[in-house]
Ligand binder design. Sequence first.
Ligand code: NAG
Ligand code: NAG
Ligand code: NAG
Length: 332
Amino acid sequence: MIKIISLSNFIDILLLLLLFIIQNVNAEYETCNDGNGNEGLCLNTNTCNIKKGNSISGQCPNDSEDIKCCINILSKSTTPFEKGMDVAVYQKDIDWDKIKKNSDIEFVIMRATLAYSETTECLVDEKFEEYYQGATTINLKKGAYFYTHATSKERMKMDVEYFLQTVNNKLFQYPYFIDVETEGQKNMGKKEFTDMVIYGAELIKESTNHTVGIYTSLDYYKNYLEESRLLDKGIKKWFAQYGNYDFDPNKHDLSDLGEYWQYTNLSRIDGIPSEVDLNVHYINKCNCENGNENDKSCNCNDSNNSNAFTVIPTINSFILLIILINIINYLN
Ligand SMILES: *[C@@H]1O[C@H](CO)[C@@H](O)[C@H](O)[C@H]1NC(C)=O
Ligand SMILES: *[C@@H]1O[C@H](CO)[C@@H](O)[C@H](O)[C@H]1NC(C)=O
Ligand SMILES: *[C@@H]1O[C@H](CO)[C@@H](O)[C@H](O)[C@H]1NC(C)=O
């Protein structure tokens, strides 16, 4: 005998009432359009910022109460990200106040050290100190990298030591990245190349306990490195992938490829006299429940990390609860 789900059940009615209320809370978000065919939701500017969308004025009834059309949150990545840039001496004289006022840059990864070949001396990036001070003044989150030609553990050690000596006594919230992208490294063979990077990462880890990352192209990760071994070691992945130089991280979610994506090297930002590399950091790549909560680069204590729309799972769990209660009812 099959018992039909009974609406006369008091708890059912209560839950359905709650479900109705929740749906109506969600319904306060009207849909809108930015005038160019991009769909959005009417949200207040702050909520829109948290969801990493763009607020467009004049498209929602309540603009006056700071309710604006928030676009790029529906079609885009559901993975929240922060926007940042990476800089080296090629960016020349940066006007940090302009960056703060006129851009949405939240973090900067700066080149600390480099060498021009495997046999030449290590150097500090001429602008490193200046950029560090500038970024600190406007409270950007900072990471650092060193560019290495190393094709041996000996040279890797030398480059790591010089880098650590340079960043020592400075504060970085984001990882220390090992930048490997030379022809010589490409020709090392997957295993040797990977061994060398892991060796460098472990030297850094032993000496500083700082989170370590690697920077290279997707091609190198796929064809010249044993990527899974790097990830097993907890080395953060920063990858370059430019598309047609205008890849828009609002429209392309590449979060399954790594935590840090350098999506263009040809961007212009007010305050920088040259082209500049832009990046996103996918915040939720960090699994805050599984031991990453001490990793400052993961922002695990940042409440803005909560995912964009949680209403739908809530409704689902209500429906599940109703079904469950009916099953229990039936079994009784
Ligand atoms: C718009 O504002 C009015 C009053 O200022 C308010 O009653 C109404 O609920 C608001 N509508 C939306 C969609 O927020
Ligand atoms: C940008 O990247 C492309 C492809 O790697 C390269 O050919 C070009 O020289 C780069 N331009 C700048 C300004 O870095
Ligand atoms: C190293 O960092 C981890 C978190 O990233 C922390 O749990 C651990 O205590 C640190 N170890 C030392 C020796 O500082």
